[in-house]
Design a protein around this ligand. Structure first.
Ligand code: ASP
Length: 341
């Protein structure tokens, strides 16, 4: 009888404990195949996740955004072949994407509630865990260069607002007026959002790059204008090391895109790295798990690009579209919608 009471009590406690676990996620190691694997160098990029349906963005615009991604990959490819370090490849590729007006980063950045631009960027080197980031800059032409300068030439990791602009100026970086970043697309998105508080952008357009160089070193970077109509100097995940960007030679390099608040709360980029580092999962297993089980369970929308220490590439997302691509010595591919790889 006593045994029966104890058993029932045990069962009851087990059930209560299970039900009261918030956001419980089953950590099942799925056999996820990499998009590609390279023992040599590998580069992956994204141009933002969103809810585009085929044809909605217009074939021409779709093609030119895809062409810009392809050009970015080709720049990265030449640098990687020449033996350039991962961190420098990340920076060059992102500078190119920031200068292209197809993306929500640098020129082409979305507008705040006040119809201005506030840009965020971060960069991280996997060999020594050095990192730099800027948030809410308004006049640095290439925020990724400012992030790199924070990493190389300051004692800090994250500078924000006017101080970050002043730091970039002191570092001799190119400055522009805030209106330099404005495009028709960003104005249109602002107007639509202004008309209806509920409407969300179908295409976000943040950019990111992750690299494994010829020597097996990893680096990651992300750059964005944030989210249309943002207020109160809101910062998303892109300038937050561990949320939007992370690189560690012992695990992987990750850059994220999507609804930043969810990526911050779930420490997405670091979570992926930890599954690889402490549980020996592959990059594709860890990245798929965090996007499809952790982030989706929390109703967060977006995706990541990930290259693990062994050169396995993963590009998972839980939205309908993510501008993305990769290059290895064997192949170069660009994709927009789901199930294209
Ligand atoms: N993650 C960015 C942010 O929340 C936006 C994006 O990736 O589309 O600021």
């Amino acid at each position: 009888m006593r045994f029966l009471i104890f058993s029932l009590l045990f069962l009851f406690l087990a059930c209560v404990q299970k039900d009261s676990t918030p956001n419980s996620v089953v950590e099942e190691q799925l056999p996820v195949a990499p998009i590609a694997t390279s023992n040599s160098y590998a580069i992956a990029i994204h141009g933002g996740a969103g809810f585009l349906r085929k044809g909605q963005y217009g074939l021409e615009k779709e093609q030119s955004a895809a062409d810009a991604l392809d050009q970015a990959l080709s720049i990265g490819d030449s640098l990687a072949k020449a033996g350039v370090d991962a961190i420098d490849i990340v920076q060059e590729v992102i500078v190119f994407l920031e200068n292209s007006d197809h993306f929500n980063a640098g020129k082409g950045a979305v507008m705040t509630f006040e119809k201005e631009h506030e840009l965020d960027a971060s960069i991280m080197r996997g060999s020594d865990l050095q990192a730099g980031a800027v948030g809410g800059v308004q006049n640095v032409k290439n925020p990724i260069k400012a992030a790199r300068a924070v990493m190389d030439s300051s004692d800090h990791v994250l500078l924000t607002g006017k101080g970050a602009d002043a730091f970039a100026k002191a570092q001799g970086l190119d400055l522009v007026s805030n209106s330099y970043f404005t495009t028709e697309r960003a104005l249109g998105a602002w107007e639509r959002r202004h008309q209806s508080e509920i409407e969300k952008d179908a295409k976000h357009g943040t950019v990111g790059c992750v690299v494994r160089d010829m020597n097996g070193h990893l680096a990651a970077g992300t750059s964005t204008g944030g989210m249309t109509y943002k207020k109160y100097n809101r910062l998303g995940d892109s300038p937050i090391i561990g949320a939007g960007t992370y690189a560690d030679d012992r695990s992987c390099a990750v850059s994220a895109t999507g609804h930043g608040e969810y990526f911050i709360r779930n420490a997405v980029a670091h979570d992926i790295s930890s599954l690889i580092r402490y549980k020996n999962w592959t990059g594709p297993q860890a990245a798929h798990h965090v996007i499809h089980n952790v982030l989706s369970t929390d109703a967060g929308a977006g995706g990541v690009i990930c290259i693990d220490k062994n050169g396995n590439i993963a590009l998972p997302f839980n939205t309908t579209s993510m501008f993305r691509g990769y290059v290895t010595p064997e192949s170069r591919e660009v994709f927009i919608y789901g199930n294209e790889e």
